[in-house]
Design a binder for this molecule. Sequence first.
Ligand SMILES: [Zn+2]
Length: 196
Amino acid sequence: MELFERLKKNLKELPGIGDKSSERLIFFLIMKGKVFSRELSDSIVDLVENTKVCSICGFIDENDPCKICNDETRDKNVLMIVEKARDVFIFEKTKKYKGLYHVLGGVISPLDGITPEKLNFNKLLERVEKNHIGEIILALPPSTEGETTSMYILKLFKDKVQKISTVARGIPFGTDFEYIDDFTLQCSIERRQKIE
Ligand SMILES: [Zn+2]
């Protein structure tokens, strides 16, 4: 069936969706009927068409600047640097962080051709210099590329910003040390934090 195959092909482009799950979804949609499918497709199109990338921080929102950059109650002295917009979403859910964000749009990876020039560093420099940022928090992925990027940022700003910190590379709760990779263990010791 041509229509079946077309939708299957589209669904399989979504993360985590393979042959079986796409077929299961299609049968579900057929059973659910026209009203549901119309609402689903409209909500997808509305969301995507009305979402903008914030010209200040790189997060996504219906407005530019985004609601975080526009929020007068946030601490404008602290800037958390993340790889992608989804990370902002994840940190916001914790409701613990009250500063601002900066989305780099990737991490430095020379082997993949991702050099600092291809990331959102110009804007970052401009923000730090213009807004007298007092603290930078690095929240980049725990990988070689993430570490390289963190080191790059450290060099770039160590004389410009009072304090540069990094989120602790956590050992997940309930996990035996046996199952933690060497790199994480190493970081957990090197970056041990004082208990107060
Ligand atoms: Zn923003």
